[in-house]
Design a protein around this ligand. Structure first.
Ligand code: NI
Length: 145
């Protein structure tokens, strides 16, 4: 009988083959898209798109636990923007894993904040950042649930 750690180390993935009926035109367009994205096989592309649809369904729920990033471009010469962004990030420290700051040019800074936690809280944080005076551009990207 195998030791329990040996069982845990093995991961069997069952592959299922299934037939799909699809309009030829649509399939041709799909093949062109996946060629452009360098997928090795149609199966790999379909698997990837299915996985993406499942993630999108998961993260569409208000109660979802998600991971993602918020990127921010701001002019650090604008009064109080740095303090404001620091205050906001301290208010949301429970969902912030880390942040990185890069000086883009004489005026602008680029900051990326890695977040993990409840989707509602993360969206609230992203909205507070976006609304902060001095922030030129900011967007939230949810990477997964
Ligand atoms: Ni800077």
């Amino acid at each position: 009988m195998p030791h329990s750690s040996q069982i845990a180390a093995r991961r069997f993935i069952m592959l299922i083959r299934f037939g799909v009926s699809i309009e030829k035109d649509l399939l041709d367009k799909f093949d062109a898209v996946i060629r452009g994205r360098d997928y090795p096989t149609r199966s790999k592309a379909i698997e990837d798109f299915i996985r993406q649809a499942i993630i999108e369904s998961e993260i569409s729920k208000d109660t979802a636990e998600v991971v993602g990033s918020i990127d921010i471009v701001y002019d650090h010469h604008k009064r109080e923007v740095l303090n404001k962004l620091t205050d906001i990030q301290h208010d949301f420290q429970d969902v912030i894993l880390s942040s990185q700051h890069i000086h883009l040019n004489h005026h602008d800074c680029f900051e990326i904040v890695i977040v993990k936690g409840g989707k509602r809280m993360i969206e609230k944080l992203a909205n507070r950042i976006k609304a902060a005076k001095g922030v030129k551009q900011s967007s939230l990207r949810i990477a997964g649930a």
